[in-house]
Design a protein around this ligand. Structure first.
Ligand code: KG4
Ligand code: ZN
Length: 328
């Protein structure tokens, strides 16, 4: 629930990790069924927390794309019901643009355009952000997302699901140079990523040498693996910032919580004279406030997408081809 694009009145996040943990990843059917069960009580909790009644709401924003179609359909159908019942305008929000919005929510003066690295369990995308709700894709992962690669490594190391936070903590006490994992696509031109080979490299390592021999060995593997992921993310982001001539870099998505990524990105941006904009962790991970914030901008502009909007599994944002000048 937001009062306007910057003022969040309530933000309720209902985690489904416990339901998906036994399967080692998100099961779409389970996710959709949990959405049905939880969405009503969550809306009520968001109203209660904000001390707002339904009659005071001036519009509804809903994520329509991209994502798991079953879960999106639950949200879109519920939002349509709310708008029909209460006579409210309804605006469709792209989930990726909502992630980018978390920067505008969190910082007063956001330099434009800026480059934003969106890194989550489902996405690894470099954007050129022109304004709230307006961004082009510079590059994205060709296979696994960075968070997915970290979760798969955690799974191979027996660290449970989702393994990102555990990898982060272990890596803190490990040696990032203990093992040399590949840096996929790091030297290739352009801004696309690929992380599936990195996971395979760890699987092959564990097959060859067997399970880690000690707690320190696990920490060293976690640190070295994360270092490979972070190296590629930082390198490509800095190249993109340089090639587009921006003054600022944003990082969003669940992986933005990673301490090593924050630290390395901060150093790299500091050295390059770039401002670094990373929202607080609760606005980096999936949350409704970022969707409502972008929705508030659409509603303020008089937009009403009406009851015919549809959920879509994929989204088509414009792609921006950078004219390369200096990238090796
Ligand atoms: O944005 P998010 O909450 O959900 C989506 O994937 O849409 O991101 C979750 C991802 C998971 O892969 C999780 O393991 C990863 O973010 N993650 C982390 C950390 N916290 C969450 N990865 C590395 N270090 C962390 N501290
Ligand atoms: Zn997300």
């Amino acid at each position: 629930m937001v009062a306007d694009e910057k003022n969040v009145l309530s933000s309720i996040v209902s985690s489904q990790h416990d339901f998906h943990r036994p399967y080692g990843g998100v099961v779409p059917e389970v996710a959709a069924r949990q959405h049905i069960r939880l969405i009503g009580p969550i809306i009520q909790e968001a109203l209660d927390d904000a001390k707002v009644s339904l009659s005071q709401i001036s519009g509804v924003a809903v994520t329509t794309e991209p994502g798991l179609i079953g879960s999106l359909l639950v949200g879109v159908s519920t939002a349509k019901g709310l708008c029909l019942g209460c006579g409210l305008p309804l605006v469709a929000v792209n989930h990726l643009l909502a992630h980018l919005q978390s920067v505008f929510m969190s910082f007063e003066d956001v330099p434009l355009p800026h480059v934003n690295l969106l890194v989550s369990g489902g996405h690894t995308i470099l954007f050129l952000v022109n304004a709230p709700g307006e961004a082009s894709v510079l590059g994205s992962t060709l296979d696994d997302a960075a968070g997915e690669a970290v979760d798969k490594a955690a799974n191979l190391l027996g660290l449970g699901y989702p393994g990102g936070p555990a990898m982060d903590s272990l890596a803190d006490e490990g040696d990032p140079s203990a093992f040399r994992f590949p840096r996929p696509m790091a030297r290739r031109k352009g801004y696309d990523f690929s992380f599936s080979g990195l996971k395979t490299a760890l699987a092959v390592y564990l097959q060859k040498y067997g399970p880690p021999e000690s707690a320190q060995h696990v920490k060293d593997i976690a640190a070295s693996y994360l270092e490979a992921v972070v190296d590629v993310l930082v390198q490509k982001t800095l190249h993109a910032a340089h090639a587009t001539g921006v003054d600022a870099v944003g990082v969003t998505g669940g992986v933005a919580a990673n301490r090593r990524l924050r630290h390395r990105m901060s150093d790299a941006c500091g050295n390059a004279g770039l401002a670094l904009l990373i929202p607080k962790a609760s606005y980096c991970t999936d949350n409704a406030a970022m969707v409502a914030s972008l929705g508030a901008i659409y509603l303020d502009a008089g937009r009403n997408d009406g009851l015919h909007i549809d959920a879509r599994a994929s989204s088509r944002l414009p792609r921006w081809e950078v004219v390369e000048k200096t990238q090796p």
